[in-house]
Design a protein around this ligand. Structure first.
Ligand code: MTE
Length: 289
């Protein structure tokens, strides 16, 4: 599958019902469904919004939706700075509408061994990075979640280094598949999925997809992340989906698609190998896991 082909299939035109001022509203919509470019059906809205990982609220996936309901996503600012020529602070509504909204249907594979197919709404991160213009010494992008233990009680848990931080190499961040999502199924993102905006990198384990972003910095050195600090032997910086490199405590060879009874084989780079393998050409993926 060539890049062009993948992009044209995985990134559909946004249907009329989801476009324009309506896009992102929470009004009821016609039931829409579809498949990814491999022919697998989108998970339904109920599953995507009621089975979540969000340690700031709880470690129980089925309880995140209820516990995050009153999370305040307005007012909200996102600062984009560090090694850039034009540092900016965006108001969330300006940022969401600044770039054309696209729908991207991506597989999400969690490091725990489950997966979903999700129709996201948003824009590629590369557009935002182009606007702030990384300087020549910027090599990585560091992302940070809101720190507010009042609203995010899990941040009082001393096991983890809060706030949640993630990072990408600059070329990974500039890849067209790397996406900033503000919606799902044409509706505004709900708190449990990372409202008001979160990152989505479909060829990496789901934990790279940091939620409720308030800060993006271009940096020279590879940043540490919440999961690397918590368990460095278990969670690496790259976290590329790889059925041959197992988690120290379980196999990554197969996965359970939410809604299915049997497990299916996990695909290299989560099925996006043709698009992204070149990023890791000379690298030992066992060492850089
Ligand atoms: N972002 C923050 N801030 N906190 C989290 O606990 N969990 C990660 C990721 N982003 C997490 C986060 C993990 S482990 C996964 S699998 C995905 O979010 C899950 O996204 P979803 O709940 O929208 O399916």
């Amino acid at each position: 599958m060539a890049i062009g082909a993948a992009t044209s299939v995985a990134c559909r035109e946004i249907p009329e019902v989801m476009r324009g001022p309506e896009a992102g509203s929470t009004k009821p919509r016609p039931t829409i469904s579809g498949t990814d470019e491999l022919g697998d059906t989108w998970n339904d809205f109920e599953a995507i919004t009621n089975y979540n990982n969000y340690y700031e609220f709880t470690t129980e996936k089925e309880r995140v939706a209820a516990l995050s309901q009153n999370f305040r996503t307005r007012p909200w600012k996102i600062s984009v700075g560090g090694l850039v020529k034009n540092p900016r602070i965006y108001d969330i509504d300006d940022l969401i509408h600044r770039f054309e909204q696209e729908e991207r249907v991506y597989r999400l594979r969690c490091v725990e061994g489950w997966s979903m197919v999700i129709p996201w709404l948003g824009f590629p991160l590369r557009k935002l990075l182009a606007e702030v213009e990384p300087t020549a010494d910027a090599n990585h992008v560091r992302f940070e979640t809101l720190y507010d233990p009042q609203q995010l009680p899990g941040q009082r848990n001393k096991w983890y280094e809060w706030p949640y931080v993630e990072g990408l190499r600059l070329d990974e961040a500039m890849h067209d598949l790397t996406f900033i999502a503000s919606g799902i199924y044409g509706k505004t993102l709900l708190p449990q999925n990372g409202a008001p905006i979160r990152l989505v990198i479909p060829w990496k384990y789901g934990f790279k997809g940091i939620k409720a972003i308030v800060r993006i910095d271009l940096v020279e050195q590879q940043p540490s992340t919440l999961w690397m600090a918590a368990a460095p032997k278990e969670y690496g910086y790259y976290a590329n989906v790889n059925p041959k490199v197992h988690h120290p405590r379980w196999s990554q060879a197969t996965e359970r698609r939410i809604g299915e009874l049997t497990r299916r084989p996990t695909m290299m780079f989560n099925g996006y190998e043709e698009e992204v393998a070149y990023l890791y050409k000379e690298m030992d993926l066992r060492r850089f896991f």
